[in-house]
Write a protein that binds this ligand. Sequence first.
Ligand code: ZN
Ligand code: ZN
Length: 310
Amino acid sequence: MDDKDLLESLRPIQTKRIMDLVEQAGIDVSKWSFNENGGPVKASPAANYCYEWAFGGDQEPTLLCIWHKSLKASKGQIFFADNLRQLGLDLVRIAENKDQKIRSRANSQSKRARNFDKALITCSQKTQPVRVVLLVGDELPKDDLGLDSSKVKYRWLDPEPWFIHKYQMETGAFRLVRSEPLQTQVPLPIVDSPPDKFIDQFSNFDYPEKRTLTGTVYVRSPEVRESVLKRATGVCEFCGQPGFKTAAGRIYLETHHVIPLEDDGQDKEWNVVAICPNDHRRAHHAEDHEEIKSQLLAILAKHYPSAIPY
Ligand SMILES: [Zn+2]
Ligand SMILES: [Zn+2]
């Protein structure tokens, strides 16, 4: 089969519900019947998460939704190369000065893109294959964000696993390849980011060599901060907005101990979040700071389901 026929053979031709395909991939869909507060959903459960782009994770398989038209083929290899982290950041930027409706649409799209990106990071660190649902849509005119938009017409769960052949931690660029495990001795095909791509309030902005610390009362591990900043990939873990870019081109967020060090909070990844400066001030001083604290703990609990001993 030549490359064109090979691609054509993967084109979905059936109308399947995403919930059924997610379940078929071995992912528990019982939570689809409940809303965020644990109450039953009013609409059909099948509609609850159907717009997401990434499913599963943790102990379950990871399932990603990909447009069939974005696949490429070369010498018998089918692949999908893209950068969803960049898309997530672009979406927010494009919608910045638009009206509230467009902004909120862009924010939810951006969140889906970043969830897709996070699923890739996790799978590439575990060298785990992913499952793929391929989509075909009815083309619609360019949407409010000037992006191509499509309404899903057909979907299909590819029976073959897909493998991450490249994930560039610094940029988010990746290459997913169908059926072919990566032939390599190196377990982690990750190009690591330079340590100061993401910085926080304890980093020196432009002169990293002139690091001065004054009046340090509590010791903060640079490794913990660095790994938290990497986990956040430049996006506030509380509100989802990207951190600002410094003059030196790095992305700024602030690291915050959810249980404060002075309350015996641990200087560990599972007690530290990377959040935007505004949310950081809120977390300390807002009227509802206790509420924010429990939300931050819930966010951390998702990353470290078994780690938080509080
Ligand atoms: Zn924020
Ligand atoms: Zn703080």
